[in-house]
Unconditional design. Structure first.
Length: 219
């Protein structure tokens, strides 16, 4: 064999001269039935770019400060779920959209999810699990957070947690799904159970607004 790939339909005939789907992936086939290349779905690029245009116009209607937040925010391409289309993390540090958001493309639609405060976002690449914090331990309300997955265009919460200061201010109270636990249990059992042994990543968003647009367009 010359290493070329051939595929046939249910009728036993080779796929030729066009695009055919094999195991949910589209491929281009030549005259001789050789699989030439995978056909990548480029629609997500335009969908993200169109979405950013909507954000751009929306932020222009607010204050100069808010508009600067959009332009000078920190953005990144990340892979939360297991497909080949990246999600976009945007750290805006305020404005009409809040501190941080995740954009997710599926079936021609871009969905926007909250991603908590700065430095509170973590995820496991391509395993569809992520978490984010809201609040600060210097605040009376403490830290509230969530571990979740993406499904059917929405966030599906798996675990909700909180970290609060006790009245004396010297100790912390950890609570997971309504169950109080120690710091050791929280760090070891809770996070290990949620994320497994996989590498947990964070992001500070290395790209600015114009850079993330160019990155998407040339991906």
């Amino acid at each position: 064999m010359d290493g070329s790939r051939y595929y046939a339909g249910a009728d036993g005939k080779l796929y030729r001269n066009g695009e055919y789907e094999v195991d949910s992936v589209k491929y281009l086939f030549g005259q001789e039935g050789i699989c030439v290349e995978e056909v990548r779905d480029e629609a997500w690029k335009q969908a993200y770019i169109d979405y950013f245009q909507i954000l751009y116009e929306e932020y222009q209607e607010y204050s100069v400060i808010d508009f600067d937040l959009l332009n000078n925010g920190m953005y990144d391409l990340i892979f939360v779920d297991d497909d080949d289309i990246p999600e976009i993390y945007a750290l805006l540090s305020g404005g009409p959209r809040g501190s941080a958001i995740i954009l997710h493309y599926s079936n021609g639609v871009v969905d926007e999810f909250p991603a908590g405060d700065a430095n509170g976002f973590m995820y496991v690449e391509r395993k569809n699990v992520f978490s984010y914090d809201e609040g600060n331990l210097t605040m009376v309300d403490g830290v509230r957070g969530i571990i979740a997955m993406i499904g059917d265009g929405e966030i599906i919460p798996m675990v909700e947690y909180s970290i609060n200061c006790k009245e004396n201010g010297d100790e912390l109270v950890y609570n997971v799904n309504g169950i109080e636990m120690s710091e050791e249990e929280f760090d070891k059992d809770f996070f290990k159970a949620s994320f497994g042994e996989e590498e947990v990543r964070g992001t500070d968003g290395p790209y600015k607004y114009e850079q993330i647009i160019d990155l998407i367009r040339n991906y």
